[in-house]
Write a protein that binds this ligand. Structure first.
Ligand code: SF4
Ligand code: ZN
Length: 297
């Protein structure tokens, strides 16, 4: 039996289990864009008048991010440009660049290009098993410095809820607790560090891929030759999501709440109106229980 779109009744392209929704191509595009818009508004991710530098690699996540940000830049009044960091990876960087060029041309977004070799780093000369770690360091450095030196207020990346959950577990289990406070939809900059924003914080890789497919966006379907064959954490997250639809989204939403809790929020307490003991509500649990009991007697 073919599924019908919940909003318009046309044939659905996907059943989104976590939202208990089936949507057609057009309604999914609108639904996805609304999700990103809500993220930007709810968490004040970007402020009107800010100049945003979107870092794009040609992959599905950053291509979706640039496309939806380009649309929202008009309604939420921010400026947007793109940055492609050419990592000089054989059989990969050139293909990615061609896709990125096409996307920026279609969206009419200005594309900035930085070659890591111009900054004195050639990943081809790094030991194979250390390439990804070096690549991460280089990308973070280049995007921050380029943004600052060219007057951008923030750097946008295509991090997804899958990334956030995986980073959280990896860092939590290795005891790196300083990291966690940095991972919010917006992390304000300081000194020479530019503000980082993550517009796809609540969206999953699968939702981003579906958006690219529904919109017919150009994106790299092949992985970087250095990408590990498996990411065990991502596999675990997919498995939990399969059994508990909505796990990722609830996890990251509550992670934001947890990371932004203040000492006062945790310490907030009152005195029970009936007995005067400390409680978090007007009547303490003990008095509520006693009242209920009395009414039963
Ligand atoms: Fe860089 Fe590794 Fe990603 Fe390739 S897989 S882009 S080398 S981090
Ligand atoms: Zn529809």
């Amino acid at each position: 039996m073919s599924l019908k779109c919940r909003f318009c009744g046309k044939q659905a392209v996907e059943r989104l289990r976590q939202y208990r929704l089936s949507l057609c191509r057009e309604c999914y595009v609108k639904f996805y864009e609304r999700q990103v818009e809500r993220t930007l508004k709810k968490y004040r991710v970007v402020k009107p008048g800010e100049k945003v530098l979107a870092c794009i690699s040609g992959g599905k996540d950053s291509s979706a991010m640039l496309t939806v940000m380009s649309k929202l830049s008009r309604t939420l009044n921010f400026e947007l440009e793109a940055l492609f960091i050419d990592l000089n990876i054989k059989n990969y960087s050139e293909k990615s660049f061609n896709l990125v060029k096409k996307l920026c041309r279609n969206l009419d977004v200005n594309l900035n290009i930085v070659k890591t070799v111009d900054y004195g780093v050639d990943l081809n000369r790094v030991q194979r098993r250390k390439v990804c770690s070096a690549c991460g360091t280089v990308k973070r450095y280049v995007m921050n410095r380029f943004a600052r030196e060219n007057g951008f207020d923030c750097v946008a990346t295509g991090h997804t809820s899958d990334d956030i959950v995986a980073f959280f577990f990896k860092n939590w289990l290795s005891g790196n607790l300083r990291w966690s406070t940095k991972f919010l939809p917006r992390t304000d900059g300081f000194d020479k560090v530019v503000t980082k924003i993550r517009p796809l914080y609540l969206l999953s890789e699968r939702e981003n891929a579906l958006y690219c497919i529904c919109k017919g966006l150009p994106f790299m379907s092949e992985n970087c030759p250095h990408a590990p064959e498996r990411d065990e954490w991502k596999d675990i997250i997919y498995e939990i999501e399969r059994k508990k639809p909505g796990f990722r989204r609830s996890f990251v939403t509550n992670l934001i709440r947890y990371l932004t809790l203040t000492f006062e929020d945790i310490q907030e307490y009152k005195y029970c109106k009936l007995c005067g003991e400390v409680t978090t509500s007007d009547i303490c649990a003990f008095c509520k229980l006693r009242e209920r009991k009395n009414s039963l007697v």
